[in-house]
Design a protein around this ligand. Structure first.
Ligand SMILES: Cc1ncc(C[n+]2csc(CCOP(=O)(O)OP(=O)(O)O)c2C)c(N)n1
Ligand code: SF4
Length: 349
């Protein structure tokens, strides 16, 4: 089998504002199992970056270890990439985002990578409000190591080998809302219409944006009794459809009054939430938590934009860091000079 993607593109392929086609955002051919939800997430990220006209070379992809963490190979082949250690992507992302504030950071992780070995790092990433989009491809199992239950596996879910999970699963979206994340969304790998705008909005958000995406593992966790199979997830879906309009795009779509809620982001882009169920408000952390929990108790999987604080201060802003990438600062900018150093030292005495 060849893993080299043909470079040929039809000359009439649509181009974005930068003159790139969607093919310019492709990565290598996927080696994941055919039908794996992770491939649909890769396609959604590729399309989101294309539609938002982000220059591929201004994006950095970061991941841990797992089938999910292999995903960055399969999209944005012209972007920066760093495949780190299991559960350790957050510290690499924190360092990179502080060293260069000009790139768009996309972190890809799995439920094992985030909710087990990487839980400590994940929580601190939220606490620090690192400016990045963090996507968990959540299949309720450790796909890469042959399907053991992960910490997000649902209570009572039956594994392929027939074992019943005796523990309640960690709900990463609730955890992120509770811990103070400024953007929290959830989606399903099979819901392209919802997932793409959600990713675009997350990338436009100037703080930590978390998206939990249920992404079935067709090889080890797609049978009857699994809480995260395609069939089970489709049954439980309670989806809030949404649209994303970047700042520089004219708003062409019209929606029925009373069924749409527009939320303006820091850069002027707008997220349109349609038919938000029962007057759902994205700016109320407690109400969001309650809605997610109520849905969970009723066996529904609430998806869409769950919480947003558009006026958040991210880590770099909080620390008042230089906006220029550190490697482009001159010696004069890096060294405050002896008089300034003396005054700093005086202040510490
Ligand atoms: C330090 C360390 N411990 C354990 C492993 C073995 N290991 C590799 S991937 C993985 C879990 C993958 O699960 P998940 O993050 O959910 O990704 P998926 O493969 O399901 O997409 C584990 C336990 C490892 N590579 N490194
Ligand atoms: S083992 Fe599961 S998670 Fe891994 S590539 Fe195959 S279907 Fe996807």
């Amino acid at each position: 089998m060849s893993y080299i993607k043909p470079k040929f593109q039809h000359p009439n392929m649509p181009k974005n504002a930068l003159g790139y086609t969607v093919g310019d955002y492709n990565g290598a051919i996927s080696t994941l199992c055919a039908g794996c939800g992770h491939d649909s997430i890769s396609a959604a990220i590729r399309n989101a970056c294309f539609l938002s006209s982000i220059p591929p070379h201004r994006i950095a992809k970061l991941s841990g270890i797992g089938c999910s963490s292999k995903m960055p190979t399969y999209f944005l082949g012209r972007s920066h990439g760093f495949n780190s250690v299991h559960g350790r992507m957050p510290s690499v992302a924190t360092g990179a985002s502080l060293a260069n504030r000009e790139l768009t950071y996309i972190g890809i992780s799995g439920d094992g990578d985030t909710a087990s070995i990487g839980m400590g790092q994940f929580i601190h990433l939220i606490r620090r409000n690192v400016n990045m989009t963090y996507i968990v491809a959540n299949n309720g199992c450790y796909g890469l190591t042959k399907g053991q239950d992960s910490a997000t596996a649902d209570l009572g879910a039956v594994s392929k080998a027939g074992n019943v999970n005796p523990f309640d699963g960690i709900d990463l979206a609730s955890l992120a809302i509770l811990q103070g994340a400024s953007f929290v969304g959830r989606s399903f790998s099979g819901d392209k219409e919802q997932l793409e705008p959600l990713i675009r909005a997350a990338m436009a958000h100037k703080g930590f944006a978390f998206i939990d995406v249920v992404s079935p593992c067709v090889t080890f966790n797609n049978h009857t009794g699994s809480g995260k199979s395609y069939a089970e997830t489709r049954k439980a879906l309670d989806a809030m459809p949404l649209d994303f309009v970047p700042m520089r795009e004219e708003i062409r779509t019209q929606y029925e009054p009373g069924t749409t809620q527009g939320v303006t982001l820091h850069d002027g882009s707008v997220i349109h939430l349609h038919k938000a169920s029962n007057g759902y408000k994205t700016d109320d952390r407690n109400a969001a938590l309650l809605s997610v929990q109520e849905a969970r108790d009723e066996g529904r999987l609430l998806t869409g934009l769950l919480y947003l604080d558009p006026n958040t201060q991210n880590l770099a802003q909080n620390l008042k860091l230089a906006s220029k990438p550190l490697n482009s600062l001159s010696k004069d900018e890096l060294c405050p000079g002896s008089r300034m150093l003396d005054s700093i030292n005086q202040g510490l005495r």
